[in-house]
Write a protein that binds this ligand. Structure first.
Ligand SMILES: [Zn+2]
Length: 489
């Protein structure tokens, strides 16, 4: 309880600081109006003292305020620490996220809003339904200004959010085409997953429909290519002009699996990728634009997997810390941390009880995604109970066993009592056992979920750097790139 009180104190102090910030800002505006009122010609642009050279846009995919707060409470209870997202930004805002086609956005339309500043239909990236492209992306604007561009993500680098830096396409599913657009765009640094869209059709694991070898094409353009953590570590920024790192066939592992399961330990963390990207981008005297995505927070929430959500949010927070450390040494850098939408309708507390037990999540050391894939390979009762013991370090109660074995483990069956008429098992849960495990996990912590998709709940914005006060208040996601453009030199 003491810790909770201290958190409230911190929040309270931060809040009063930001109120002070508001007062200063409004008196500043009045000052400007006075000058304009007296018809003095202003030779300098309005925000002359807020020149931004570098922009780091960090997107927690699906990271609503509850996702962040759940990770904060876990970090406080288990690790005795705090998230830098919640403690190191005095400037905060809130944005709406609806798309052109729906109250509830997907990541393609939200990525378009955050990178290009306009609304489009769900599923579309940086293009209007009529095929026109009204505004450039922040990535394209950076290139025009002679700046470097970096893209860092834990998803496939062709997935909706990273693609919003460089792609223009009506269907986000056409990732083989998006990979070609990435080659054409030529960012200076690209780090993430998604090798399957870069290798020819005939190669094992390829998802391409043709025999193009994009890896060879990137090599021809002078890229250094790396495939694992060690190779990334060895990259010397001094003699590396362009860097492509593809660390998995599809998305990179959930942070919880990367930490605990040997086969994923050769993948770098989001913080490590962010650090390397900054070292390379920093060499351009004109500055850079870097987009960093914590992409699997969203997937964990689609799967109703609270522990994986927490670990990926903490990993994202560690990448934010890397950016903040860079900003300290390079104060002409603006950092914006936000989300594209909330996922899952996550709540802390559910049903009729006035409690939550976040500590119950502590022993869980593997994602629902990992567990259900293992169960699909070996759907045997004893194996499954052992798997739970090995990776979750818990013994199921009789009630929990009853739920887990209610239907065949690998079946795609739904249970309308539990699933709220959920039509089928989604691909983040994989099978009935995956869903049952997500219920067991959530019930132990008394964590609630209202959706298997995204919600329209507004999401927070955190800003640090020159002009940060422009990002205060309640506004729309399309305003973020517009605000950045106003102060970006
Ligand atoms: Zn999603």
């Amino acid at each position: 309880m003491k810790k909770l009180v201290s958190l409230f104190l911190i929040v309270g102090i931060l809040f009063s600081v930001s109120i002070c910030g508001c007062i200063t800002e409004s008196s500043h505006i009045k000052e400007t109006e006075k000058i304009e009122g007296s018809k003095l010609t202003l030779s300098k642009p309005k925000n002359d003292n807020k020149k931004v050279k570098n922009v780091i846009l960090m997107i927690g995919d699906g990271m609503g305020i509850t996702q962040t707060y759940l990770a904060e409470r876990y970090k406080e209870e288990i690790e005795n620490g705090h998230l830098v997202i919640l403690t190191n930004f005095k400037t905060r805002g809130t944005i709406t996220t609806y798309s052109l086609s729906s109250e509830v956005t997907d990541s393609a339309a939200a990525g378009t809003a955050l990178l290009s500043g306009y609304k489009t239909n769900n599923g579309m990236i940086n293009i209007l339904p009529n095929g026109s492209i009204p505004r450039k992306t922040l990535g394209e604007i950076a290139k025009e200004k002679g700046k470097s561009v970096g893209i860092v993500t834990t998803t496939r680098v062709t997935h909706a959010t990273p693609a919003s830096v460089y792609a223009h396409i009506k269907d986000r599913e056409e990732e083989d085409k998006i990979a070609e657009q990435l080659l054409e765009f030529e960012p200076d640094v690209v780090l993430g997953g998604g090798l399957e869209y870069f290798i020819p059709k005939d190669e094992k694991g390829s998802k391409r429909k043709d025999n193009k070898n994009l890896i060879e094409e990137f090599k021809k353009k002078g890229y250094t290519i790396v495939y694992n953590k060690e190779e990334l570590e060895k990259v010397n920024p001094e003699n590396t002009k362009k860097l492509l790192g593809l660390f998995s066939m599809s998305h990179m592992a959930y942070e919880i699996d990367r930490e605990n399961i040997p086969e994923y330990q050769n993948q770098p963390s989001l913080a490590e990728m962010t650090k390397k990207a900054l070292e390379i981008l920093d060499k351009n005297p004109n500055g850079f634009f870097l987009m960093v995505e914590g992409g699997r927070i969203d997937h964990a929430c689609h799967a109703h997997d609270a522990k994986s959500e927490i670990m990926d949010t903490i990993a994202f927070d560690e990448a934010v810390k890397v950016a903040l450390d860079y900003q300290k040494k390079h104060p002409d850098t603006l950092i914006i941390v936000t989300a594209d939408h909330e996922t899952g309708g996550l709540s802390i507390g559910r049903g009729t009880g006035y409690y939550a037990n976040i500590t119950a999540l502590k022993p869980i050391d593997a994602s629902i995604g990992f567990m259900s894939k293992e169960i699909l390979k070996n759907p045997n009762k004893e194996f499954v109970l052992n798997l739970i013991k090995t990776y979750w370090h818990i013994n199921l109660t009789d009630k929990e066993k009853e739920l887990l074995f209610k239907y065949p483990l690998t079946s795609k069956i739904n249970d309308s009592n539990l699933l709220n008429n959920y039509p089928k098992i989604n691909h983040y849960v994989h099978c009935w056992a995956g869903f049952a495990l997500s219920e067991i996990e959530s019930r132990r912590a008394n964590i609630g979920w209202t959706s298997f998709a995204h919600t329209a709940v507004p999401v927070p914005v955190y800003a640090k750097g020159p002009g940060e006060e422009m990002f205060e208040g309640f506004y729309d996601n399309t305003d973020i790139p517009k605000k950045i453009e106003q102060i970006w030199t």
